[in-house]
Design a protein around this ligand. Sequence first.
Ligand SMILES: Nc1ncnc2c1ncn2[C@@H]1O[C@H](COP(=O)(O)OP(=O)(O)O)[C@@H](O)[C@H]1O
Ligand SMILES: [Mg+2]
Length: 326
Amino acid sequence: MTADADIVEELRAAGLVGEGDVVLEPLTGGVSCDVWKVETASGPIVVKRPLEQLRVAAEWHAPVERGQSEVRWLRRARRVDPRIVPEVLAELPTGHAFAMRFLPGCPVWKDELVAGRVDINFAGAVGRGIAAVHAATANNAADRDAFPNDEMFRALRVDPFLLHVARKDTELAPALNALAADLMSRKIALVHGDVSPKNILVSANGPVFLDAECAVYGDPAFDLAFCTTHLLLKAVWLADHWLTHAADMLVDTYRAGISWEDADGLLLRAGELTAALLLARVEGKSPAPYLTNPEHKRIVRDQARALVLAPQPLDTLVTHWKRTFA
Ligand SMILES: Nc1ncnc2c1ncn2[C@@H]1O[C@H](COP(=O)(O)OP(=O)(O)O)[C@@H](O)[C@H]1O
Ligand SMILES: [Mg+2]
């Protein structure tokens, strides 16, 4: 029996598909999972199963338990606002696979941005959505206990994005090591861990967040920084000034949702993290695949190195980026 046949059996056992033929149609995009679309009598569903070995050039190992973290995050975020995540339909017994409802007719935000359709208000809704999950879970012992994923977060985020660069760049190493230690030490709210435009669907009701395999109880500044980094890098790549406006809007609406701590402190941490993440996407283990132009890389590297050495609050950083790349 093939692995895919196992999935079909498990979908049958969960009552999601009947006895007839079941087609697993691969969905493109991911490096860390098998993701399939499956037609069922009650509409299309998505089945997602984490891979042991990520499909990236450098070797990455990540425990398949991250599938379980994703399901937990999806369920928790749905209690915060059911519009911002797909409904989980079943957890399947093997390999932390799960099924969720497929959202028809919802493009991936990254594809919209690359096509030049930069909706500033949508960026604002992304900021509101992330902040809503952070606000609902801040300083909450039950959420903290439900996401004890520090080792996974270290392996998939802190090591490749911060420490890997620190090992190569002695001048920045003290700042990056201190930033990594600070990030790991903060237990403030439930962090998604991969808020990238390719993990956000554009629905009629606003953003829908997918792919929470890196979820951890940690520093909410990470999610804001991660998403802003994507927008700022794309602004350089596509020379589209609307992308910097989108970043501005994202930070503004997020800031308005900060209810659990001093907003200035959070924005400073997010500024430090964004500088480091920008650098990681040109120097790290997970380079942005679209930043191939050496001039683009040089610009990002120079700006990011300067910002790691002299950090700015994220709103100031974005304004500066806007002036430089408008
Ligand atoms: N519930 C869903 N509805 C519609 N499309 C989805 C859904 N879940 C995933 N997809 C599509 O599959 C792609 C990969 O899913 P994702 O959860 O991001 O997996 P990976 O970890 O492999 O990146 C997404 O970019 C999206 O295009
Ligand atoms: Mg994804």
